[in-house]
Design a protein around this ligand. Structure first.
Ligand code: NAD
Length: 471
């Protein structure tokens, strides 16, 4: 292995924490900084602040050896060669990314720097942020020879973040200087050279010593755009299939068959062609908006991105109308909500379509009992338990005596429910599935009225097909 690099990761959220433990796993010496004192205390005391597969194991393996946690940014910067900024870049009022956390961190780095450092943008940022970071450093009087700024966007997916980081499709490094590029190459060398994959304790994934991770060197501007364009394209695929789903439904076609037929084309691929409630989470909504804003700043109207957002927003209306059509009126209705996280395998509820649907149903007078395998604690912070909002300890408990069961997150657990037990638990056997986890005919055979996205609804014999759906 190449010489271990001293790395500072600023931010211990979904990206920073994963990056920190993965760099330690590659053999580097990492200090992870956060200004959230309680989070740092949790991490120091052996806690795991987020739900993420393999994270508890890697934290246990490296905490106190390869990775340490601190609130002291200055000293962490001083003793590191590469400083990764992994703080939040939330959506601002105009759609632009709010870069105030990044700016605050850069100011602190400037106050601490005494020797050459590579400052790495890991957070998702608009094009030219590298230039702004340089300017802020210069404003603080830091000699340009003392630092380089590099863009190294992160492509991990929550739920599979650790494996994604150690077995990436690609590593993108946008560097303006040879010196910075060489340091970045040496940081990723264990996975680009393949030595990591020969270790007996290596986490398994798509890469191997024969097919190691690929690193693409670009300019900083190109790297910044690669991240925004990648997320925008994935969001576009989701909105595209949702638009197709609505068409499919109106002509009694099945969007799942259509997606399979489209996805078999190797130029298109089957990933991200899942019709449903639309995308959510802390990345796609804000990154599509920020990319649109970036284009606007350059005098370009990237209208396609607005349409992607419009379709995504409308998809929640589509689902809400399905619930109303199935139940006629909502006031006083009792509903089970299966899922709160924005997608499966995470406790992240930021921009979760599940939460916006639940809020709307409550506003319409329904009461909701929710269950999620990982996200209930976080959800209770934004939707506290009340007369209309309850939380259950299992999917079946949530479904007890309800007028309908709503599937809002694609957890595997919800795709493998004991349907006989579910049928016994509910008052009326109606399932409205925003994630297309079941086959309609199978659900009808199990005695359910089953409404999903982009597929014909099926009705159980007792319920009967209504003559006209009220939208
Ligand atoms: P997060 O909100 O989970 O974590 C950010 C962390 O930064 C928090 O713990 C916060 O306390 C800390 N922080 C904020 N200001 C700080 C400061 N001045 N000093 C020290 N710590 C500070 O965010 P995240 O989901 O990890 O996302 C971070 C960035 O990575 C964003 O730009 C996001 O768009 C991008 N990204 C996220 C994902 C993802 O799946 N979450 C994937 C790829 C890229």
């Amino acid at each position: 292995m190449t010489k271990p690099v001293s790395i500072c990761v600023i931010g211990s959220g979904y990206v920073g924490l994963v990056a920190a433990v993965c760099f330690a796993e590659m053999g580097h010496s990492v200090v992870c900084v956060d200004n959230d004192e309680s989070r740092v205390k949790t991490l120091r005391e052996g806690g795991v602040p987020i739900y993420e597969a393999n994270l508890p194991e890697l934290l246990k393996k490296h905490r106190g050896h390869g990775v340490e946690f601190t609130t002291e940014l200055g000293s962490a910067v001083e003793r590191s060669d590469a400083i990764f900024i992994a703080v939040g870049t939330p959506q601002g009022d105009t759609g632009a990314a709010d870069l105030s956390f990044v700016e605050a961190v850069v100011s602190e780095i400037a106050r601490a720097i005494t020797s050459y450092k590579v400052i790495v943008e890991k957070s998702t940022v608009p094009v030219y942020t590298n230039e702004w970071i340089r300017r802020v450093m210069q404003r603080y009087g830091i000699d340009h020879a003392l630092f380089d700024v590099v863009s190294n966007p992160e492509f991990l997916r929550e739920g599979t973040a650790i494996v994604d980081f150690l077995h990436p499709d690609r590593i993108v490094v946008g560097a303006g200087s040879e010196r910075a590029a060489r340091l970045m190459e040496s940081i990723y060398e264990p996975i680009t050279g393949g030595s990591y994959y020969t270790r007996t304790d290596a986490l398994l994934g798509a890469c191997s010593s024969e097919t190691p991770a690929k690193l693409l060197l670009t300019s900083a501007q190109s790297a910044e755009i690669i991240k925004h364009a990648s997320n925008a394209f994935l969001a576009l695929k989701i909105s595209f299939i949702n638009a197709v789903a609505n068409l499919a439904e109106s002509v009694d076609a099945d969007v799942e068959d259509i997606a399979a037929g489209i996805g078999l084309d190797s130029r298109i691929g089957h990933k991200f062609l899942h019709a449903g409630l639309g995308y959510g989470g802390s990345c796609f909504p804000k990154d599509v908006a920020a990319f649109h804003w970036v284009a606007q700043q350059q005098g370009l109207n990237f209208e396609l991105l607005q349409e992607v957002q419009r379709i995504n927003d409308a998809q929640k209306d589509v689902f809400f109308n399905k619930v109303r059509s199935a139940l006629w009126t909502l006031r006083g209705k009792k509903l089970a909500a299966l899922g709160l996280a924005f997608k499966r395998d995470t406790d992240d509820i930021r921009e979760s379509p599940a939460l916006s649907v639940i809020k709307r149903l409550i506003e319409a007078g329904a009461s909701v009992t929710a269950y999620d395998p990982a996200a209930m604690d976080r959800a209770k912070e934004v939707l506290p338990p009340s007369k209309q909002m309850k939380y259950a300890d299992s999917a079946i408990e949530a479904a007890e005596d309800v007028d309908a069961v709503l599937i809002l997150t694609d957890w595997k657990e919800f795709a493998t429910l004991d349907l006989a037990e579910l049928n016994r638990a509910v008052r009326f056997p109606i399932v409205i599935d925003g994630r297309n986890l079941y086959k309609p005919l199978y659900m009808a055979e199990q005695g359910f009225t089953y409404v999903s996205i982009g597929r014909p609804a099926v009705y159980n014999a007792q319920q009967g097909k209504p003559r006209r759906l009220i939208a």
